[in-house]
Design a binder for this molecule. Structure first.
Ligand code: TXA
Ligand code: MG
Length: 329
């Protein structure tokens, strides 16, 4: 196990952002809020710092990490950008989109952060605090979600501390994440754009810019160049039952829209049926139903059906991973 660290909780004011940037520049591990989820940041050019990310998370293998940048120019300096990459960046950055591109010959990102691949995943996250932090660091910042490997992703600073206190140097608290599910990952290093992970930018909005992308289900589990796509991820301790049309007495209910009757413990992702609201409330809901459900002696979480459009695809993807039995994790 990694040696214990004292974890500072930093306010997202000028002093807090400066402290976070200094810690990162010195090789520290600092979690910070993005518009998607909290990331566990490290200087992506520093192998030792990046190794610390893997050990703090207890990652089973060295998956490639996304490098984060304050603006498009800084991001594209690390890769061989294509015309389509520029169009996508214009349309969606800053925002919840990650692009995979061939690394530039002069890329400063460590091989460990890129897992030795010839490609690099880059992203410009939204939010004034995040961008000001990244600008102050002045180097690519590698950041997977700030949770122990295999656990539910954090959308609040308290979630980060619950999983990683004592294993990281600080968390910069910028409040709850607005989007709530991770970025959409698109691989632009092949002949055709490939959707590696559905996420905060919906497939419909992507298609409007880059034309047809294959359905995620065709690719997510098959592509050998997408390590990190373990079948089970985001797993609460209670098993999750998908597309439930009734609730059993021993189950907690993850509702969407009109609630099924009969559950004693309910988290409604969005009573009005908004998929954007549901995404933002997803991980907090899984955490709540898991801990409160276990406290009450419930044995499972039933999830009502989520529509297959907009952010519904990303929500369904995360729920499917949460529902995969532990034996295959
Ligand atoms: O919203 C997000 O993307 C969050 C926040 C913190 O930015 N980050 C995040 O990072 O979700 P992580 O490490 O949990 O997910 C990275 C994803 C994985 O699915 C990984 O396989 C893929 O990006 N990835 C990274 N580099 C890649 C590469 N060179 N080729 C293919 N896939 C890559
Ligand atoms: Mg993750």
């Amino acid at each position: 196990p990694p040696s214990p660290r004292t974890t500072e909780r930093l306010l997202a004011d000028d002093a807090g952002i400066a402290r976070a940037a200094n810690l990162l520049r010195a090789g520290g591990l600092v979690a910070f809020g993005t518009e998607t989820v909290y990331g566990l940041g490290a200087d992506a050019t520093n192998d030792t710092a990046v190794a610390g990310v893997f050990s703090a998370k207890g990652r089973p293998q060295f998956n490639p990490l996304i490098s984060h940048f304050p603006d498009t120019d800084a991001a594209f300096a690390q890769v061989q950008a294509t015309a389509l990459a520029r169009q996508l960046a214009d349309a969606f950055w800053p925002g919840p989109l990650t692009l995979v591109l061939p690394r530039a010959p002069g890329s400063t990102v460590s091989d460990l952060a890129a897992a030795g691949l010839p490609t690099l995943a880059i992203r410009v996250p939204a939010g004034p605090v995040t961008r000001s932090l990244l600008a102050r660091v002045g180097r690519p910042v590698a950041a997977p979600s700030a949770n122990p490997s295999g656990k539910v992703s954090p959308s609040e600073a308290d979630h980060v501390l619950a999983g990683l206190a004592g294993r990281i140097d600080a968390v910069l608290d910028s409040g709850p994440c607005a989007v709530g599910v991770e970025s959409t990952v698109v691989d632009l290093s092949r002949d055709v754009p490939v959707l590696l992970r559905p996420g905060g930018v919906s497939l419909e909005r992507l298609r409007a810019v880059c034309g047809p992308l294959a359905h995620p289900d065709d690719h997510v589990h098959k592509l050998p160049t997408a390590p990190g796509q373990l079948a089970s991820h985001y797993a609460p301790d209670l098993p999750v039952r998908l597309d439930a049309h009734a609730v059993h007495p021993h189950e907690a209910l993850l509702a969407f829209g009109d609630e099924l009757s009969g559950a004693g413990l309910v988290w409604n992702l969005s009573p009005e049926g908004s998929l954007d609201e549901a995404a933002a409330r997803l991980f907090a809901g899984l955490r709540f139903l898991d801990s409160e459900g276990r406290r009450r002696g419930l044995t499972a979480i039933a999830a009502q059906p989520i529509p297959r459009h907009g952010l519904g695809l990303a929500i369904r993807d995360r729920l499917r991973r949460a529902a995969t039995p532990a034996s295959t994790r």
